[in-house]
Design a protein around this ligand. Structure first.
Ligand code: ADP
Ligand code: MG
Length: 698
């Protein structure tokens, strides 16, 4: 017996049922089943007598006999009804599904232990789809007062694979395999964290002795699960650092220095300085940089990106900055070109709308090295784009680019360029550990001085007139206003109509020539979008009516009011991003969240959070709690969604301990070759057998 064997090796598991368990629950090997944990446990300490049942009793356990079984026709199909009696009375057991299979299996006049939810109808008690077990079998089994309940599917239930059956399989498996379950953590770790040994933990996770052993078992298994994920991530990071060579930017040269002392329009914040130091240290070492830069909207990531690119150029390399949208790419291009004016650095932009002739010229200049910085969108990833010597790639708003796309940039070089991924979506620390645990992380946690916090209020639609009045007052002071409408794909046509209706009513309220309005949405041609954007940027229009295309990165410091229509339909991080479009200048800025009166609890929490705080990390924490890690950008490719027992939100303390332990184990013994780490190594090899990570090491 080996835990990698298919579950057909377990007593009682037929080939057909094994196949079902695989397709329905992904359970293939004995190990899979061992790691298929119950999601709750039921109290099996009390037995009821039928005469003592009350309509209010929820779940009951009764010993008695089935005296007869019959099929009863009903509106659609039929139900199977068994008469069940003990010494005190009679009741019914009822099945709507899997009837044929059940009918054949039921034994008449033999004592059963019955368990299930109690129904009460017309003075009669019944239990639909009860758990049934012959008393003689019941007595033979491992008795646990807390009985496990496993997740199931409709198909499994219909095919007669009940919870009880799964419970039986797990029980048989544990009885068959108990001795070959091997410890996967070292003695030191077990002692340091007072963790339950593996066998005992598995036994108690399925058939807990009591609440206390259950808690101990679960925390041991959670630790283990998170520990091995962290071990992989930390290991990958170490390999990156030691095995993957990177370009060395030895010199901080004349361009960087000249820019820093002559052109920098402001003093860097301490956070910007710290991050720049971290980057400089990376690129000056022989290792490859793979760094995530997190900084809230407006924290000043762009200047850090520019300075990093100058480091590359001073050392004879090219640099690129990739943005998720054309608008953003254009904005970066303008910012970079303006800041670097007079420095003899050649900058260009490549997006989908660049014409063939210009495109060829860019390709040429890239290949012969006369072009130093290329700003662009996805268009940068086309095969035709070949750099002479790309030294650093900056990726803005990373969650929109997948890992694959990042790898594509790599493929363009002999050595991978240093990678700096910038994101304005703060990721809670624990989640970042799981999702980006193999990257180095820098955080700009300080806003440039003199920023006033954006004042945020929530108003119902019925207050629209006073909101218009407020807009007029601000515009009279020379400010500009954003008015954003939701555009959510499923209801695109309707949203589009909302936007147009909104535009018309705003146009009526704010007539030309006094007022000028820009409109930008996803259905416009890039050139038209750009034209409208530019009118707003230049101050020719005072109001920008838009969909969320402006969510990312648009920078108009004179805009001081952000009005969000149907704000209850936006997610927290989107609201936060939108709000980040204002508060960029010296003036007091405002964000007005408009909504209808009908709000779900979750929507209320979102709007309240926005009103209460402007701290992106706090907002991200709330978002994570509301939606779970599965819906947070960037998590889709990571393992945090496939956790069997741990939860990155609820088990954050265990996660931190697991990560620290993984780091200290690998620092002390990077190849896991020490005797005391043998259990870890064996478990790790098994886990990563098929994954690239291990092949990288050996
Ligand atoms: P984000 O991190 O959202 O990309 P940006 O880089 O666009 O932020 O910076 C937002 C604004 O703050 C820009 O107008 C930029 O010029 C300004 N800024 C950045 N750093 C500083 C600083 N240290 N002092 C003053 N203003 C700064
Ligand atoms: Mg930015």
């Amino acid at each position: 017996m080996n835990l990698d064997y298919p579950i057909t090796y377990i007593k009682g598991v037929s080939v057909q049922r094994a196949a079902l368990l695989y397709t329905e629950l992904g359970i293939k090997t004995c190990n899979d089943l061992l790691n298929f944990y119950p999601f709750r446990y039921i109290d099996k300490t009390t037995f009821y007598a039928i005469k003592d049942l009350q309509p209010s009793t929820a779940e009951v356990q009764i010993v008695g006999k089935i005296t007869r079984v019959k099929s009863v026709a009903q509106k659609r199909g039929s139900r199977l009804v068994a008469t069940f009696q003990d010494a005190t009375g009679t009741m019914e057991l009822v099945w709507f599904k899997g009837q044929k299979w059940i009918k054949d299996a039921l034994k008449i006049n033999e004592p059963y232990v019955v368990y299930g939810k109690l129904n009460h109808y017309n003075g009669n008690f019944s239990i639909p789809h009860p758990d049934l077990e012959l008393v003689k079998d019941y007595k033979k089994k491992l008795q646990s007062k807390m009985q496990p309940v496993y997740h199931s599917t409709e198909k499994l239930v219909n095919s007669g694979v009940s919870n009880k059956m799964i419970r039986g399989y797990v029980q048989n498996l544990i009885q068959q395999a108990f001795d070959i379950i091997t410890e996967s953590l070292s003695k030191d770790i077990l002692e340091e964290y007072k963790l339950m040994p593996k066998r005992e933990a598995l036994l108690n996770a399925h058939f807990p002795k009591n609440q206390e052993s259950l808690a101990k078992a679960q925390s041991r298994l959670k630790f283990e699960e998170l520990f091995f994920i962290q071990l992989q991530l930390v290991r990958k990071k170490l390999i990156n650092k030691t095995k993957i060579k990177g370009f060395v930017f030895e010199n901080v040269g004349p361009i960087f220095n000249n820019f820093y002392s002559e052109k920098l329009p402001f003093d860097l914040t301490n956070a910007q300085k710290r991050v720049l130091k971290e980057i400089r240290k990376d690129v000056a070492s022989a290792a490859h940089m793979n760094r995530l830069l997190q900084g809230d909207v407006g924290s000043g990531k762009t200047i850090v990106a520019i300075l990093s690119m100058l480091l590359a150029i001073d050392n004879g390399y090219q640099a690129t900055i990739m943005a998720p949208t054309e608008i953003l790419a254009n904005q970066h291009f303008t910012a970079v070109s303006e800041l670097l004016e007079g420095l003899n650095v050649k900058v260009d932009i490549l997006t989908g709308s660049v014409k063939t002739k210009k495109r060829r010229e860019i390709h040429q200049n890239l290949e012969d090295g006369t072009l130093h910085i290329l700003v662009g969108t996805h268009a940068l990833l086309e095969d035709k784009v070949v750099f002479k010597n790309l030294g650093i790639a900056i990726i803005d708003e990373q969650h929109r680019f997948g890992v694959k796309q990042r790898a594509k940039l790599w493929a363009k070089n002999t050595l991978p360029p240093h990678i700096l991924v910038m994101t304005a979506t703060p990721i809670p620390r624990t989640l970042a550990m799981s999702v980006y645990g193999d990257l180095d992380i820098s955080v700009i946690d300080e806003l440039p001085p003199g920023r006033k916090e954006v004042k945020t209020v929530h108003r119902f639609d019925s207050n629209r007139l006073s909101v218009f009045k407020f807009m007029k007052d601000e515009i009279d002071k020379g400010r500009q206003v954003y008015l954003v409408y939701p555009l959510i794909e499923e209801s695109e046509a309707m949203d589009y109509k909302d936007l147009m209706d909104g535009y018309e009513s705003v146009a009526r309220e704010f007539p030309s020539p006094k007022y000028q309005i820009s409109i930008v949405h996803g259905k416009m041609k890039p050139a038209d979008k750009e034209f409208e954007m530019q009118r707003f940027v230049k101050g020719e229009t005072q109001i920008m009516v838009a969909t969320t295309v402006i969510e990312v990165g648009v920078n108009v410091p004179n805009a001081s009011v952000m009005i969000i229509e149907s704000s209850e339909r936006f997610g927290l991080s989107q609201l936060h991003q939108l709000r980040g479009r204002v508060g960029r200048g010296a003036d007091q800025s405002y964000c007005i969240l408009l909504s209808s009166y009908k709000l779900s609890e979750e929507a209320k929490t979102r709007l309240k959070t926005m009103v209460d705080t402007t701290d992106g990390f706090k907002i991200a924490e709330v978002d994570l709690k509301l939606r779970g890690p599965g819906n947070i950008m960037g998590t889709q490719q990571s393992g945090v969604l496939n956790l069997k027992i741990a939860d990155v939100v609820k088990d954050s303390k265990i996660l931190v301990a697991a990560r620290n332990t993984a780091i200290s184990v690998l620092q002390d013994d990077s190849n896991l070759s020490k005797e005391e780490n043998l259990p870890i190594k064996q478990a790790y090899i098994k886990m990563t057998k098929s994954s690239k990570i291990w092949s990288n090491i050996s």
